[in-house]
Design a protein around this ligand. Structure first.
Ligand code: MN
Ligand code: MN
Length: 271
């Protein structure tokens, strides 16, 4: 089974409204390794014992987009070459572009499951093409997505609807949502989880809370039904300064365990 390598990307320089997501990796890591919880996943395995899992700490970043993108791509390329699976903690969602780009360079175009309140498809946001509101526009333009399925979207502007049509993005409607409406994707699969996809009642510690979101239980059902080999994943946008009692950090830690267990269960991608 593939070894999973957790690393943090403590950057929020591409946040459009309020910075704070740079503190996400440290908060989620503290919750993950706290004795308040254990290492069990709902799929049965425990990370670090049944499931090969290493926490490599944070990648040193310069807080300059061009250099940081290059550092992220180099790190992911190294893990892919070694047959290890990157599991990244954001940081704002802009980090998904270099993460996906490096994985797609290694494996070819990816099937992407994207959980988020926002489609992140802006051509640019307030003049910044690398905004955290734009990574999936960059990914689609570059041809890195064989298929992009978005779940949790409830903020669709006309511009982003046009972008979704242009790129052939599949948006699962939130009205009447059930996990059954989400397809089982093929591999190589990449999973990107923006914590604001989950309802603010369960994940308040984000910069852009949006009511009417997914429950944690629905997200777990959407994840657990995926059977394809996973070549990379990220959990982004935790803003500790807006958290309440650490519940969003604890949720981030649970999602680390569940995604790691899923990577393990679904096995390595064979080209
Ligand atoms: Mn996002
Ligand atoms: Mn979002």
């Amino acid at each position: 089974m593939p070894a999973i390598r957790l690393f943090g990307l403590p950057t929020d320089i591409n946040s459009s409204f309020e910075r704070g997501a740079a503190g996400g990796p440290a908060a989620i890591r503290a919750a993950l390794w706290s004795d308040r919880g254990n290492m069990a996943s709902e799929l049965g395995g425990e990370i670090g014992t049944d499931i090969a899992f290493t926490d490599d700490g944070d990648l040193p970043l310069a807080e300059r987009t061009v250099e940081d993108d290059a550092a992220i791509r180099r790190h992911v390329a190294m893990l892919c070459e070694d047959g290890e699976v990157p599991l990244a903690l954001g940081g704002d969602h802009a980090v998904s572009f270099p993460l996906v780009e490096a994985a797609a360079t290694c494996f070819g175009p990816l099937h992407i499951l994207h959980i988020d309140a926002h489609p992140d498809l802006y051509a640019d946001f307030e003049g910044n093409p690398r905004s955290h509101a734009s990574p999936f526009a960059r990914i689609c333009e570059a041809g890195h997505a064989a298929r992009l399925v978005q779940v949790g979207i409830r903020t669709l502007t006309k511009h982003c609807r046009d972008q979704a049509d242009r790129f052939g993005v599949e948006i699962v409607p939130m009205a009447g949502f059930t996990p059954d409406a989400v397809p089982v994707l093929d591999g190589p699969l990449y999973i990107s989880i923006d914590l604001d996809g989950i309802d603010p009642s369960e994940a308040p510690g984000v910069a852009h809370p949006e009511p009417g979101g997914l429950t944690v239980r629905e997200v777990l059902a959407v994840l657990h039904k995926q059977t394809a080999p996973i070549v990379g994943a990220d959990i982004v946008e935790h803003h500790p300064g807006r958290d309440v009692g650490g519940v969003t950090a604890i949720l981030g830690a649970k999602l680390v365990r569940e995604v790691a267990a899923l990577i393990d269960r679904n096995g390595p991608y064979k080209t």
